[in-house]
Ligand binder design. Sequence first.
Ligand code: DQA
Length: 159
Amino acid sequence: MAKKTKQTKVLPIYILNGPNLNLLGHREPEVYGYTTLAEIEAMCARQAKSHGLSIVFRQSNREGEIVDHLQEARTGGSAVIINPAGYGHTSIAILDSIQALKIPVIEVHLSNIHKREPFRNHSYVSKGATGIVMGLGAQGYLRAVDAVAEVLSSKSRSK
Ligand code: DQA
């Protein structure tokens, strides 16, 4: 009889998106590109699957709701990928929620915030992030999924 190996289920990656990202593809496409958020979700799901991982994908225009999603990821997620959008530049509450996590956090921005208006050059989220991907458009989300896969597998190797 085949020997049963104990498979430990890896929790999903929480991919969280802040305000106005529901308008991707239509909002300032010269800055943010033509890919919609639904397309990004499908691309991320495929990329995660290629690493044997799954995703929970959320978008909210409300700061408190993003805090709720981060708290959910504390117990329900293996990692967080977050594009905090405009809240990255303003929200200490979102930083606090990130700092309460014990899992890897990758911050994503479609645009390179350092090349833009001075008020976009600072991100509170960066202080709590394991790593940051910016300026690569929708592809940046895929690179963030790759980064999570790498961090999780090196974590499990060192156990
Ligand atoms: C953004 C950059 C932010 O400055 C902006 O408020 C966004 C999107 C990006 O993905 O490039 O909404 O996070």
